[in-house]
Design a binder for this molecule. Structure first.
Ligand code: GDP
Length: 436
């Protein structure tokens, strides 16, 4: 998945520091050289990487950190903070007034502009907005048809421009439509090209001038790496942008474009596209993304998904009582929340504890079921008593290996930690029935 390789490298580098109570300047500098390499290998923009490392070094080599009792932990925190900063700091969303909102969608062909337009329509419709889509590609009827289909799926009207229509005509058409059908958010899907094209830029600038949108959103494809940023800079200088949507964050892009976009363009990333489906759009939270990269988990994201899945039935006991039977029951319930591997990766420490082969899909849940079923009741209640000999027996009994058993027990420990954390946050557990 995206950021996987970068995340693993950063985590390895930081793990070496994490447990050091005292750090020398030389140790910090050596770590920073490694971090810089890791960033560049992930296709992060050169000056972004350089600047990032300079900021971390400056803070980490400060007196307080070097002399402090847990210097390693503090460096980890500084890296996390600076990563959040690089990704944009506070999460930002497009500005929405009560009415008269116009989002102007721009981007290269294939970036996911039309799909994202449909996703935004669904997102804002679900928030109670009256959305109108405008299919404003004046040259490609196929592009307009694609948007019409999306509009149908979401259940919002689609206003189509005609071939060769001028911006002034489009504006009049839009106004006439709004007279008879009141809408408070208009999302305009514009023409795209495979490459930056002067004629297209002029055309988009004209249409933007006529419509005076409240937001101009550039859709960029995370898979295209640094090229995406060159594109962004051109769009910014020719059309002017207010924010970005980064698509295909579910792919295995190295992540450099997403990491560099904010810094290079100076524009916030509003949303991330995370699947081909209409529901595959998420507000972009720099802190959560940083947490995911550094393997610190995305507890908030997890909670949100749990809430979406409406797992009100999910009973969670006090963390001390969370045993393997509870784990099994939860795994079965969590499966309803979506691809389990993704979810597990949001749990602190889990992204690393969970090697790719341990993808928790249905089959894996069955295996865990088999493993837990091979344990005695006493062992399920108190896994600590499972020694090496028993692990071997359980593995044989469940047709798995001792490593599988070890991983399961580790996962259980981590979930227990998460329960504790959720409880401290007053959540009482993911979707549980309030803090107890
Ligand atoms: P446009 O030419 O910019 O309008 O691009 P489209 O909206 O037609 O999207 C191009 C392709 O990318 C389509 O196959 C989409 O399904 C796919 N796509 C768009 N956004 C995402 C995303 O966030 N994740 C994934 N996996 N695919 C996406």
């Amino acid at each position: 998945t995206m950021f996987e390789s970068l995340g693993n490298k950063l985590q390895d580098i930081l793990d070496k520091l994490r447990h050091e109570s005292k750090l020398t300047e030389a140790q910090v500098k050596a770590a920073m050289r490694e971090i810089r390499m890791a960033l560049l290998e992930a296709d992060v923009n050169f000056s972004v990487a350089k600047d990032f490392v300079a900021r971390v070094t400056e803070k980490a080599v400060g007196q307080e950190v070097m002399g402090s009792l847990n210097a390693g932990q503090m460096v980890v925190k500084i890296v996390n903070d600076e990563l959040i900063e690089t990704l944009g700091g506070q999460a930002k969303q497009p500005t929405l007034k009560n009415e008269g909102n116009i989002f102007f969608m721009v981007g290269l062909q294939g970036a996911g502009k039309t799909t994202s337009t449909g996703k935004l329509a669904q997102y804002y419709k679900s928030k109670g907005r009256r959305v109108l889509l405008v299919a404003a590609d004046t040259q490609r009827p196929a592009a307009r048809d694609q948007l019409k289909i999306l509009g149908q799926q979401v259940g919002v009207p689609v206003l189509e421009v005609a071939n060769g229509e001028t911006p002034a005509e489009t504006k009049r058409k839009l106004e006439a439509h709004l007279q008879s059908d009141y809408r408070d958010l208009i999302i305009v899907d514009t023409a795209g090209r495979l490459q930056i094209d002067e004629a297209l830029m002029d055309q988009l600038a004209d249409l933007k001038g006529a419509l005076s949108p409240t937001e101009t959103l550039l859709v960029v494809d995370a898979m295209t790496g640094q090229e995406a940023l060159n594109v962004a800079e051109t769009f910014e200088s020719r059309i002017g942008l207010s924010g970005l949507i980064i698509t295909k964050m579910d792919g295995d892009a190295r992540g450099g474009a997403a990491l560099s976009a904010r810094f290079v363009t100076g524009k916030p990333i509003y949303f991330a596209g995370v699947s081909e489906k209409l529901s595959g759009l998420e507000p972009f939270y720099p802190d959560r993304v940083a947490g995911r990269i550094l393997g610190m988990g995305d507890v908030l994201g997890l909670i949100e998904r749990a809430q979406q899945a409406d797992l009100q039935s999910m009973e969670i006991k006090k963390p001390g009582e969370f045993d393997l039977e509870d784990l099994l029951q939860q795994l079965r319930q969590i499966r309803k929340m979506g691809p389990l591997g993704d979810l597990m990766r949001m749990i602190p420490g889990m992204s690393r504890a969970l090697p790719p082969e341990f993808n928790v899909d249905d089959k894996q849940v069955q295996r865990i079921d088999a493993m837990i079923s091979s344990m005695t009741l006493k062992e399920r209640r108190n896994p600590k008593i499972i020694d090496g000999k028993r692990r071997k027996r359980i593995a044989t009994g469940s047709g798995t290996t001792v490593q599988d058993i070890n991983r399961l027990l580790k996962m259980h420990e981590q979930m227990k930690d998460m329960m504790k954390m959720l409880q401290r946050m007053g959540m009482g557990g993911a979707g549980g029935k309030g803090g107890k």
